[in-house]
Design a binder for this molecule. Structure first.
Ligand code: PLP
Length: 369
């Protein structure tokens, strides 16, 4: 059976580095707010090319802390893509603000910058582009729209660790960039975790306090806050895994290249990377007719697949009060109906990918491709 992701295989590849790091933390007796967290923040900021990194307990918390630090609250409107994981919209709702979806660019799957401007009102305060599936959104066009209208930009980079837009790493293309360390992400914890990176000292300072009961560096509570911290075990594990991220992303890209060539040969329309984008293929999102039949067929051939995401976010129940209807964002809805996520993880290798392609060829009756 080929799984969608294989975290056991990942662990086998790094256990000789992870286990001493875990033992070091366990024996050291410092389990939160210690040196591993501080070092990981330095190392991740350097990796991104950002001035500051503030770790926290999930990607969702990172988004919430970033938006809060930028002053987003009740009555504000925040523009998001109509195709994303529900967390992007949920944090905006939880802050009392209103998510305003915009349709996506077909093929690339990220928010359509040309459709953004029509959605801007007096209440619009921020854009949250999502670097969906591992590919940066069209950040140059989005940055210039944000600049013209005085909007904050918070990148949802939860799926795009190490991706680049015109050479620059994601997370550094707006006011703040938010990453998730959910275990299956390109860089994942052995548990939960997240981080936000920023060049803005004010955003870094506000989020550092907000994640730690509003305390300043002397432990004095100065503003209302709660506890959103990362722990030392996760930080130590993430420090080990960060050293592998570039080669893991390279392996993902090799698999994607192989898939792309073969699937085009089978007459399919594989996902594309926009010009100037370094795509890190967190998810390999293939559009097929009759998705459910294809998924069942692949399962019959020993290949597990996923769906990312159904329904499109504007039609998800948490947004039910906002009055969206089927047909409002047709490109996102079409993707939600047709997308099947093929297995992609570094340990799959091109050999594993070849088995997936063979299975797909058999299911679609399209030969070897
Ligand atoms: C995973 C993910 C999140 C949430 O991150 P968590 O660490 O699971 O809270 C947010 N947005 C997107 C696009 C994601 O893929």
């Amino acid at each position: 059976m080929i799984p969608l992701v294989d975290l056991r295989a990942q662990y086998r590849g790094i256990r000789r580095e992870v286990e001493p790091a875990v033992r070091r933390v366990l024996a050291g007796g410092r389990y939160t707010g210690g040196p591993e967290t501080a070092l990981f923040e330095k190392e991740f900021a350097a990796f991104c090319g950002a001035k500051h990194a503030v770790t926290c307990n999930s990607g969702t918390s990172a988004l919430k802390l970033a938006l809060e630090a930028l002053g987003i609250g009740p009555g504000d409107e925040v523009i998001i893509p109509a195709m994303t994981f529900v967390a992007t919209a949920a944090v905006i709702l939880r802050l009392g603000a209103r998510p305003v979806p915009v349709d996506i660019v077909p093929g690339f799957h990220t928010i359509d910058p040309q459709a953004v401007e029509r959605k801007i009102t007096r209440r619009t305060r921020a854009l949250v582009p999502v670097h969906l599936y591992g590919q940066a959104a069209g950040m140059d066009a989005l940055a210039s729209i944000a600049h013209r209208h005085g909007l904050a930009v918070v990148e949802d980079a939860a799926q795009a660790h190490g991706a680049r837009f015109r050479g620059q790493r994601t997370g550094t293309l707006g006011d703040a960039g938010c990453f998730s360390f959910y275990p299956s992400k390109n860089l994942g914890a052995c548990g939960e975790g997240g981080v936000l990176v920023t060049d803005r000292a004010d955003v870094a300072e506000k989020t550092r306090r907000a994640r730690n009961w509003g305390m300043d560096e002397n432990g004095l509570p100065t503003v209302p806050g709660d506890n959103n911290r990362l722990d030392e075990l996760q930080a130590a594990i993430l420090r080990v895994k960060l050293r592998h991220l570039v080669s893991w992303n390279r392996a993902r890209r090799e698999i994607a290249r192989f898939y792309g060539l073969r699937l085009r040969g089978m007459g399919l329309d594989p996902p594309r990377a926009a010009l100037g984008n370094f795509h890190v293929y967190h998810i390999y999102a293939l559009e097929v007719p009759d998705r459910d039949r294809v998924r069942a067929g692949l399962l019959g051939h020993g290949v597990r697949t996923g769906v990312h995401y159904f329904p499109a976010v504007h039609l998800a129940p948490p947004l039910g009060g906002l009055g969206f209807r089927p047909g409002d964002f047709p490109r996102a809805e079409r993707l939600a109906r047709r997308e099947v996520s093929l297995p992609i993880y570094p340990e799959l290798g091109v050999e594993g990918a070849a088995r997936v392609v063979a299975a797909l060829g058999a299911v679609l009756g399209r030969g070897k491709g």
